[in-house]
Design a protein around this ligand. Structure first.
Ligand SMILES: *Cc1c(COP(=O)(O)O)cnc(C)c1O
Length: 258
């Protein structure tokens, strides 16, 4: 979310800004906070990708009014399904406890809120407790894989053939994703279709951009988001991936981009 574009889009109906820390790269939290203060708006961060990320040593969940974390099986820390909300305002706890349980309030069992069934079960909680013990070593492993990708793709990067999305210097990253940006849609498309022939599966994360889905009545004319969505590819990054595999994947990319 480009903070410089936020204020033009605020209307009388606007109550909150909902920025996404995409791929775990933090938004410009300082600028967004100033805009929110100036316009009396709440900030709710989608921090689904940003578990364990820090900005200048501060936990990512300490920014904004609420930060949402996803603990879905595909995330750095997972409970199979599940998530967490981080916030300072204790009054919200009552509301959230109710909403996740069909809107039924915990003290008098009335339905005061429109709710959903978002309860986490015991098995998922147990899975999370175990995963929590390993999450730091898992992130350390991811870092090794991530840095190997950087090293192996440095030639292509120097030649301007690929661009690696990197977190800023003041960010402690979680190495959740290794995402590259190609110069054109055709190059991305070619790679995406060719990699499976080598038994390598990259992901077109956020393709097409969600404002193009028929379910949403959103602004369709977003050329920058469309360009990014058209040209980025997330490369395999998981704990059992070896650095030798990373070398092979990067060689394949080099061959296929020739
Ligand atoms: C995974 C994800 C979500 C959804 O999280 P769930 O736990 O599946 O509800 C939302 N936003 C982003 C950016 C995600 O990656």
């Amino acid at each position: 979310l480009d903070p410089d574009n936020i204020e033009d889009l605020i209307t009388d109906e606007t109550s909150a800004i909902i920025p996404v820390h995409v791929f775990g790269n933090p938004c410009d939290v300082d600028k967004i906070e100033k805009i929110a203060k100036r316009n009396d708006l709440k900030v709710i961060y989608d921090a689904a990708h940003a578990f364990n990320v820090k900005i200048d040593g501060n936990p990512i969940g300490s920014y904004g009014d609420i930060s949402m974390f996803s603990f879905h099986a595909t995330k750095v820390f997972n409970t199979i399904e599940g998530g967490a909300l981080m916030y300072d305002d204790n009054d919200l706890t009552y509301k959230f406890r109710s909403i996740k349980n069909f809107g039924i309030t915990p003290d008098n069992e009335e339905v005061q809120f429109l709710g959903v069934n978002a309860k986490m079960n015991e098995f998922e909680a147990a899975m999370g407790l175990i995963n929590l013990e390993y999450v730091e070593s898992a992130i350390a492993k991811r870092k090794i894989i991530y840095e190997k990708y950087l090293e192996c793709l440095s030639n292509l990067e120097d030649q301007g053939r690929v661009k690696v999305l990197r977190p800023k210097d003041n960010v402690e990253y979680n190495y959740a994703y290794f995402t590259i940006k190609l110069n054109t849609f055709d190059e991305k498309d070619h790679l995406f279709n060719k990699l499976p022939e080598y038994n390598v599966y990259a992901k077109r994360y956020f393709y097409p951009p969600c404002n193009e889905f028929p379910a949403y009545d959103f602004e369709k004319n977003t050329p920058i988001a469309k360009n990014v969505s058209d040209t980025i590819l997330s490369l395999p990054l998981y704990l059992d991936l070896t650095v030798e595999d990373v070398e092979k994947i990067c060689k394949i990319i080099e061959i296929e981009l020739k």
